[in-house]
Design a protein around this ligand. Structure first.
Ligand SMILES: *[C@@H]1O[C@H](CO)[C@@H](O)[C@H](O)[C@H]1NC(C)=O
Ligand SMILES: *[C@@H]1O[C@H](CO)[C@@H](O)[C@H](O)[C@H]1NC(C)=O
Ligand SMILES: *[C@@H]1O[C@H](CO)[C@@H](O)[C@H](O)[C@H]1NC(C)=O
Ligand SMILES: *[C@@H]1O[C@H](CO)[C@@H](O)[C@H](O)[C@H]1NC(C)=O
Length: 954
């Protein structure tokens, strides 16, 4: 092979080996660029890989005048493009010198343009003319490879040299930092010191920047000392690097003193300070630094501007952001990318997507961050369509393709809006673009599926991901908890603790909501224990979550004890946790008592959430006086103008039977939403004022939702308004609500109660996806129409279709048995309720049984039944017994039952009247008169009774 070169080609990859004896360097490299040319020095390597028979042509002009026509190696087929070497120019002694500088130029230019092909070309050329023996050329080449993101080649090149100088060492450390291999950079530094070739301030600067990325502030400090000792701190950029290092490590004090100490501060130092404050969560100081910079007349650059805009965004200071925007335009940075990106975020955060769109559209060149900022701006302002639109436009650009941030932004939008279909599309896109291995993408996908209630998909994803991090575990546990699969959540939690023994606060917050019933109290308590051990005992979020758990599990005392322990913290959130928890779980009195305590014993002031819940508690207890005081309090504390407070007041007045007050709250409400209308319609409907409810519906300013429809159907149901019911059925279709289970159940009820069992049957059989509520309504409909057999049959069909009968199912079934006289069946299902179907019998069921036995005349059995009930039965059960006695004229037992009831509920006039009627029927006028006397003495009032029928007009 001699002085010329030998090239081997291997299959399609066309690897070329340059033997050692040629240039003293032996390395492999890929000839990805097949045609390499540069100015007047030109080699052309043409590798044509035709199937399995690669043919290599090499043309060379000038460099190798003696170049022999190329020859084949390893039996490969070579042909030569130039046949005659006679035509080649002869070597000029100066020419090689010129070539050398040409190659050096090329190397330098390839440093500027990070491109692997250029770097490789330059390498090729350098080898050919032997330029690699010169350290500067080699250094440039090393840097070129590093810029082209090929750190391995830089390393290989570095290893080739034995006598390295400081610049060469600096180049490789810089390459390592650029490759984000900070540890490697540190190793090189140590090696460099050991070898004894010394170092300069640039070396230190590079090492400091590596340390700042690794957040090693202690090592950083020792480097600081070293710089002082060696007198290198006169280098301003080294000072800036140290300043930046301290800021990145969160040591703002050191950073500030460094800044104060520096003699010559340039824009970079100031920018480092601005960024440092911003990065460490002190946007106000950051902005202050920026203002100081302007006051001192230091010329601000785009970095300062964009950081200052970000600081205004963090401070929610729109005006200062706008001022900086103006300043930037004046300085001529109008089309700067980083400033515009910050501006997009600023305006989006203030909900002004129009302004951010304007900035976005004016940008001449947009990068991925600009697109992401704009998509994120639309997403956070609820403009779903616009953000997906922009995603589409982004893909069309070609230069800015969606990245992980884009996907995560959109995925959280899908999660928030429950857009399962769009979320799955993004999942598909992530797979196609091979971004699915990114932990961030996987975790946000998990979260999206969890929020869209798609547990199975989340589970599948979780089980198939190769590398789960703690966030994935937490998300999956939370997915089970939020989707009411407590067992799965708890067992996954145990697995995590057991197998991986790692956790965070999020783990605790994920698993606690799985304790939703008294059954999980034990588990909840052990989590409480674990929380204390794991060291989260003083965390407010953790404590709130624990209180919530205790309330959900029915242990109110434990929850309250927790509150007492932390009430010193004077945090409204804790009080709200308790008050909201009590209200939502039906402990209304406790909620009001807690509220009282909060007002009397602490300086915590309530907020709208507190008010909504205490008002709703008053409504549920029908405490009109307390409700009115709360209304006054709301007006006094300005939360009275909040729509949700006004809605809760409307509901409260409705529950207390004060439709007039409800109406006036509704009338004065300044910004009514659909919920306000629903509250008012329900208030009318609850107070048997169905006509007003329907009237109100006709003036509804919004598109009705399922709550409106259900309330209206119940009005029609009460009033027996079949015609209006049918109209509402029409609305159901118009607004596409027919698939809602509550709506279909309400429709069934309405038709069945208005005497159209046939229509109810039709709706039931036609509905594609039946819910438990539908089945319950249908069973009730058959019971109502005294078709107990059919109800029982339906009950079995329901169980066979895989539905679990609920408490209401049994109420409807037992009442159907009662209405149709199916006594044995009724007793049979009652006995199987708990053992077979896991439904705890409650008062309603017992009333049904007593009613059933009573109707069948089996008073003795009914009495026996009541006596064997484990806990003292509610008055309702005895009431049913009393009506049965009344019905059958059994005065003996009737009197006993009634006297028991007078003891239980002395205020209930119904029992007295019932007994009096019984006396009258049996001819016991005297006893009846005495009873009436008692009623008058006690000033008990009888509610008037009435019957209604729709006579065709309204
Ligand atoms: C060389 O190439 C010629 C034509 O391209 C072909 O016929 C011949 O078989 C090849 N020889 C070898 C050794 O591959
Ligand atoms: C670091 O170098 C390796 C090997 O050359 C390369 O694959 C990787 O992409 C580089 N990383 C960065 C961040 O440049
Ligand atoms: C770079 O080198 C390392 C170690 O020699 C090797 O594991 C890695 O695969 C290489 N990367 C590339 C992109 O060649
Ligand atoms: C409430 O504030 C007053 C005055 O600031 C203070 O004297 C009192 O001790 C505080 N009460 C509680 C329970 O913190």
């Amino acid at each position: 092979m001699g002085s010329c070169w030998a090239v081997k080609t291997f299959g399609h990859t066309s690897k070329a080996i340059f033997p050692r004896d040629f240039i003293g360097i032996r390395r492999y490299f890929f000839c990805s660029a097949l045609l390499l040319q540069h100015q007047n020095c030109s080699i052309r390597i043409v590798v044509s890989c035709k199937l399995k028979n690669p043919i290599l042509f090499i043309e060379s002009y000038g460099l190798f005048p003696n170049a022999h026509p190329l020859f084949s190696v390893n039996s490969l087929n070579f042909s030569t493009v130039f046949q005659s070497s006679a035509k080649m120019p002869q070597r000029d002694p100066h020419q090689q010198y010129t070539q050398f500088y040409n190659v050096l130029d090329l190397l330098k230019s390839s440093v500027g343009r990070p491109n692997l092909a250029t770097a490789t070309t330059a390498h090729c050329l350098a080898i050919k003319i032997g330029a690699l023996a010169h350290l500067p050329a080699c250094t440039s080449l090393l840097t070129a490879y590093s810029r082209a993101k090929d750190f391995n080649s830089s390393l290989a090149l570095f290893d080739e040299f034995d006598d390295k100088d400081i610049i060469f060492w600096n180049a490789i450390i810089s390459a390592a930092v650029e490759n984000k291999s900070y540890g490697v950079a540190m190793q090189f530094f140590v090696e460099m010191v050991e070898v004894g070739c010394g170092f300069d301030s640039t070396t230190l600067l590079l090492v400091v920047s590596a340390l700042s990325h690794m957040k090693y502030s202690i090592q950083g400090k020792s480097l600081h000392c070293l710089s002082i000792k060696l007198g290198m701190l006169c280098d301003c950029s080294l000072c800036n690097a140290l300043l930046d290092m301290y800021a990145k490590c969160g040591d703002l004090t050191s950073s500030e003193s460094m800044f104060a100490w520096m003699e010559s501060r340039d824009a970079v130092s100031r920018n480092s300070m601005i960024n440092g404050f911003l990065y460490n969560g002190h946007p106000a100081k950051s902005l202050w630094c920026f203002i100081e910079m302007i006051c001192l007349g230091v010329r601000v650059d785009t970095v300062s501007l964009s950081s200052a805009i970000s600081a205004s965004t963090a401070l929610e200071e729109l005006t200062s952001g706008q001022a900086i925007h103006g300043w930037g335009i004046k300085l001529g940075y109008k089309s700067d990318i980083s400033c515009s990106n910050s501006l997009i975020s600023l305006y989006s955060k203030h909900g002004d997507t129009e302004a951010s769109e304007l900035v976005f559209n004016e940008m001449v060149y947009k990068d991925v961050i600009s697109w992401n900022a704009m998509i994120g701006g639309f997403a956070s302002n609820g403009k779903t369509l616009e953000s997906f639109d922009l995603l589409y436009k982004m893909q069309l650009t070609g230069y800015a393709q969606p990245d992980v941030v884009t996907l995560v932004t959109l995925m959280s939008l899908c999660a928030e809006r429950m857009l399962l279909r769009e979320g799955r599309t993004i999942h598909g896109y992530a797979i196609r673009k091979q971004m699915i291995s990114d932990a961030l993408v996987i975790n946000s996908l998990l979260d999206m599926y969890s929020k869209c209630n798609s547990v199975v998909k989340a589970e599948f994803l979780f089980n198939t991901i190769p590398k789960r991090d703690l966030v994935s575990w937490n998300t999956m546990i939370s997915c089970y908890s939020q989707n009411r699969q407590p067992k799965e959540a708890q067992s996954l939690f145990k697995k995590l603790i057991h197998q991986y023994s790692q956790w965070s606060l999020s783990t605790l917050l994920a698993v606690l909501p799985s304790c939703i019933s008294p059954n999980s109290l034990q588990f909840g308590k052990s989590i409480h224990c674990w929380q204390l051990k794991a060291g989260f005992s003083s965390n407010i979020l953790a404590v709130n979550s624990l209180m919530h758990m205790y309330i959900n599990c029915g242990d109110l005392t434990a929850a309250f004890m927790l509150l007492e322990k932390i009430s010193a913290k004077e945090d409204i959130a804790c009080w709200n946790t308790i008050i909201v928890g009590y209200t939502q779980n039906g402990h209304f009195r406790e909620a009001l008592a807690t509220f009282n305590m909060m007002r009397q014993e602490t300086n915590v002031s309530h907020d709208a959430i507190t008010l909504v819940n205490v008002i709703s508690s008053c409504g549920n207890l029908a405490l009109i006086y307390e409700g009115k005081s709360l209304h006054g309090l709301a007006i006094k504390t300005f939360s009275g103008s909040e729509t949700r407070v006004q809605n809760s007041l409307t509901t409260m007045y409705g529950r207390c039977g004060h439709t007039k007050s409800a109406r006036s709250v509704f009338g004065f409400c300044s910004s009514r939403n659909l919920c306000s209308w629903n509250c008012m319609i329900s208030a009318f409907s609850q107070n048997k004022d169905g006509r007003r409810a329907l009237e109100l519906f006709h003036s509804l300013e919004f598109e009705p939702n399922e709550i409106t429809i259900v309330a209206l159907l119940s009005v029609c149901n009460q009033l027996g308004f079949l015609r209006q019911g049918k109209q509402i059925h029409g609305h159901v279709f118009r607004f596409g609500l027919f698939e809602n289970c509550y709506v279909s159940a309400a429709l069934l009820d309405m038709y069945s109660n208005c005497g159209r069992l046939d229509v109810a049957c039709q709706i039931f059989t036609k509905s594609r996806e039946k819910s438990v509520a539908d089945w319950n309504s249908m069973i009730s409909a058959y019971g109502y129409h005294s078709n107990g057999k059919k109800a029982v049959q339906l009950f079995h069909e329901m169980c066979e279709s895989g539905f679990r009968p609920s408490k209401s199912t049994f109420i409807n079934l037992l009442s159907a048995c009662s209405h149709s006289g199916l006594v044995n069946e009724g007793l049979w299902y009652y006995s199987l309720m708990l053992s077979e179907y896991g439904v705890e019998p409650v008062t309603e069921h017992q009333v049904c049984i007593v009613d059933m036995l009573g109707r069948a005349g089996k008073l003795q059995e009914a009495h026996e039944f009541i006596k064997q009930i484990a806990r003292e039965p509610e008055p309702g059960v005895w009431g049913a017994m009393l009506s049965a006695c009344n019905y059958h004229g059994n005065i003996e037992m009737g009197r006993k039952v009634a006297e028991h009831l007078f003891g239980l509920e002395p205020e209930n006039v119904g029992y007295y009247i019932s007994l009096a009627n019984m006396y009258v029927r049996a001819g016991g006028w005297k006893d009846a008169m005495e009873l009436r006397q008692t009623i008058q003495e006690r000033k008990l009032k009888k509610l008037p009774a009435y019957s209604l029928i729709d006579v065709g007009s309204m």
